[in-house]
Design a protein around this ligand. Structure first.
Ligand code: CTP
Length: 409
């Protein structure tokens, strides 16, 4: 069971933080709550105190009657500095709801309350569950603050869509349900340790674009989410990560070396450059199998008697090429999106044909998983057998894949 600090900032959704505290306490976690002055205008400290069995802290100069401990624990003999002691003992710190104002302060490192001061001092996993009006969530200032926080490895949950507090307004900005927030907190607490420390992991992500002319291309629907999740998970586990991103429109956590490419040929060149210095290759990019021969130098025009036919030539199989030059101490894992049928047998044939160690396969005929979706469900096909990984967020799937990888070393 974990020690969870919940930071409640000002907003109507503060009442849902009561349910979060209740669920976390019921699940057996030790829960402490800090709230801002603004939060106290929406919900009373006595409610949290009744649920958690511990005093609520508001002011950064306040002394903690529990001396930084969590409910049920023995108190130290000395009186520590409250905001430091409470986060030092925490296994996770969840700010829920996080208002636009609090998010701005957390991004800037402002320390003007117990909540913000403790956040800056916290080395445990930090989870932010925003709640605000859709226009405030979509404002570029908020987007920039959220990007900064995510770059620092802080988990910022996307708010839910639906009816907002302001009458008649609909949009993105609702606080995630308390059960979902607790699940994110528990996932962060359970995150594995640095079992890939010292390993050099090369990840490819996204989908290549093969030019037809200067403005058009043949592409695919890969968002890069799975590859980015793998790169971030490997970095969290201590690996030295290089991400080669093909047309990926996603922010990536800090500490990852990112190389952006567009076409299969560029991806091939970047992989060849980085492969020798890698212990592991996770080839999650969706690479075009064909490219138009001789892309036009100028934009093709509509007036063309007889229409337009494109001649396509096969691209290089990057993964098979790298497997051909691998050292024995390198691990190569391919990814295959198959559309229905016996996906495992097809994955096994790819494993043999490309000469790699494993293929992670998913069935993209199921709309709930795969391309552009937040969730995935895969089977790891290796020479030893097949292992199904149950449906989960791409972050959970990434960690499950890396668990197998870490076991190989
Ligand atoms: N791959 C690659 N170079 C290519 C095509 C694919 O390196 N030109 C890699 C992908 O990144 C992936 C793996 O090979 O890790 C399997 O990709 P997939 O497209 O399923 O394999 P193909 O060999 O193209 O087989 P298919 O005929 O099913 O498209």
């Amino acid at each position: 069971m974990a020690r969870i600090l919940i930071g409640v900032s000002g907003g109507i959704a503060a009442y849902k933080a009561v349910e979060l505290a209740r669920l976390a306490t019921l699940a057996g976690h030790g829960v402490r709550v800090t709230m801002t002055d603004a939060a106290a205008r929406f919900v009373g400290a006595a409610t949290f105190e009744g649920i958690t069995g511990a005093p609520v802290l508001v002011d950064e100069f306040e002394r903690d009657p529990l001396r930084g401990t969590y409910p049920g624990e023995a108190m130290p003999a000395h009186d520590p500095i409250s905001h430091l002691a409470i986060v030092e003992a925490a296994d996770a710190y969840a700010v829920a709801p996080a208002s636009a104002n609090t998010i701005a302060k957390l991004a800037a490192g402002v320390c003007d309350s117990f909540l913000t001061t403790a956040f800056l001092a916290c080395a445990a996993p930090r989870i932010i569950a925003p709640a605000m009006n859709a226009r405030m969530w979509e404002a570029s200032a908020t987007a920039a603050n959220v990007a900064v926080l995510r770059e620092r490895g802080i988990v910022v949950l996307d708010p839910a869509e639906g009816a907002l507090a302001s009458r008649g307004e609909h949009g993105s900005g609702r606080l995630r349900e308390p059960g979902e927030i607790l699940a994110a907190v528990e996932a962060a607490v359970a995150a594995p340790g640095p079992d890939l420390a010292g390993r050099r992991v090369l990840v490819t992500a996204g989908g290549t674009r093969e030019p037809i002319d200067p403005v058009r291309f043949i592409g695919n629907r890969s968002s890069g989410r799975m590859g980015v999740a793998l790169a971030e998970a490997a970095a969290r586990r201590g690996a030295d990560v290089t991400l080669i991103a093909a047309n990926v429109d996603l922010a990536v956590a800090g500490g990852i070396a990112r190389i952006d490419v567009a076409s299969a040929a560029e991806l091939d060149a970047a992989c060849r450059e980085a492969f020798a210095a890698s212990d592991v290759l996770l080839m999650a990019a969706a690479v075009a199998d064909f490219r138009p021969t001789g892309a036009a130098d100028a934009k093709l025009v509509r007036e063309r008697p007889g229409g337009l036919s494109l001649e396509l030539a096969p691209t290089t199989d990057i993964l098979a090429g790298l497997a051909g030059e691998r050292r024995d101490d390198q691990v190569l894992i391919g990814f295959a999106a198959e559309h229905g049928g016996d996906v495992v047998s097809r994955a096994r044939r790819k494993l043999e044909r490309k000469g790699i160690d494993a293929v992670v396969v998913n069935d993209v005929s199921d709309a709930a998983i795969g391309f552009e979706s937040a969730d995935n469900e895969v089977t790891i096909v290796s020479r030893e057998g097949e292992e199904p990984i149950p449906r989960g967020s791409k972050r959970q799937i990434a960690d499950a894949i890396l668990d197998r990888l870490a076991a190989l070393f």
